[in-house]
Design a binder for this molecule. Structure first.
Ligand SMILES: NC(=O)c1ccc[n+]([C@@H]2O[C@H](COP(=O)([O-])OP(=O)(O)OC[C@H]3O[C@@H](n4cnc5c(N)ncnc54)[C@H](OP(=O)(O)O)[C@@H]3O)[C@@H](O)[C@H]2O)c1
Length: 264
């Protein structure tokens, strides 16, 4: 599994696991969640992204990591308009993840000025590794750019797949200028892969699956640090982790994937 530096010297695997919906499950589904998380850890995909917005996912992730917590890089979020509630969210995360959150992001930019003030102190005290901010909507990218320029964050999380390329215009070049890490949400278009191209076309691209082609497409764009595809399927988790070892597409390869995506 290839790794890249997200920020502050923190090396992350280029493919990790998103936990939205897939780890928002009851106790009867904990064994399945354990298998997905263990598969990612075994394959070197030790980056996990969660949020208080994702229902039970933060707790299910903590339980699935168990004694292997130290192997993982936990990226999660603060999501509330209130500083006080934000502090409570962090306290719960510290309990779940052995006293440290590796990457703490302000979710959807909610109360980012307020949260970044106290989160900075938590980072300086060593309870947080790296600070960041996320947004899913191009309509908020102007405000995201303001946060990026504030000097208060070290990474961002934004959507990127062949249907969602808005970050290419300003956000990716700005992140490169400022030296910020870029984590990609929705790298598989939230599961809108469709049946995909023929085995012969996949072979020509040098990939084993359509999902791998789409992940490698995003990883081959300049300025992208890592992807967090979500899956509840251990076989998909293993396949996604394998995509992190691909050498990458050249421009012609990327254009081929874009054409296949349009035709899917
Ligand atoms: N901050 C934000 O505002 C925000 C917003 C959205 C998402 N996110 C983060 O980004 C993560 C990923 O985004 P997402 O969940 O929306 O979408 P995604 O990762 O683009 O797509 C997930 C879907 O792809 C399928 N999938 C995964 N691997 C596959 C494979 N190898 N082959 C075929 N299908 C595969 C999954 O189904 P199976 O379970 O069947 O594999 C699932 O339905 C989230 O979990 C979350 O952590 C953040």
């Amino acid at each position: 599994m290839n790794e890249r530096i997200l920020a502050g010297g923190l090396a992350v695997p280029v493919v990790g696991l998103g936990t939205w919906q897939v780890l928002d499950v009851g106790p009867e589904c904990q064994p399945g969640a354990d298998r997905v998380v263990a598969t990612m850890l075994d394959a070197g995909g030790r980056l996990f992204d969660s949020s208080p917005m994702y229902g039970r996912a933060e707790g299910v992730l903590g339980a699935a990591l168990g004694e292997r917590r130290a192997e993982a890089i936990v990226a999660t979020k603060i999501w509330t308009p209130s500083d006080e509630d934000g502090r409570r969210q962090l306290e719960r995360q510290l309990q779940l993840y052995g006293g440290r959150v590796d990457v703490e992001q302000v979710h959807n930019l909610v109360n980012w000025r307020g949260h970044l003030r106290w989160l900075r102190e938590e980072r300086d005290a060593g309870r947080i590794g790296v600070l960041g901010a996320t947004h899913y909507s191009p309509g908020a990218f102007g405000e995201l750019a303001e946060v990026m320029r504030s000097g208060e964050i070290e990474m961002i999380q934004v959507p990127y797949n062949p249907s969602e390329r808005a970050i290419e215009a300003e956000i990716l070049p700005l992140a490169a200028d400022l030296g910020l890490g870029v984590l990609v949400m929705r790298p598989l278009g939230s599961g809108s892969l469709g049946p995909g191209p023929s085995p012969a076309e996949l072979q020509e691209l040098g990939v084993e699956s359509w999902a791998e082609a789409v992940l490698v497409w995003a990883l081959s764009a300049p300025g992208i640090t890592a992807l967090i595809p979500a899956t509840g399927d251990p076989a998909h988790a293993a396949a996604n982790a394998r995509a992190g070892s691909h050498a990458g597409f050249d421009e012609a390869g990327r254009r081929r994937v874009e054409a296949l995506w349009r035709a899917r």
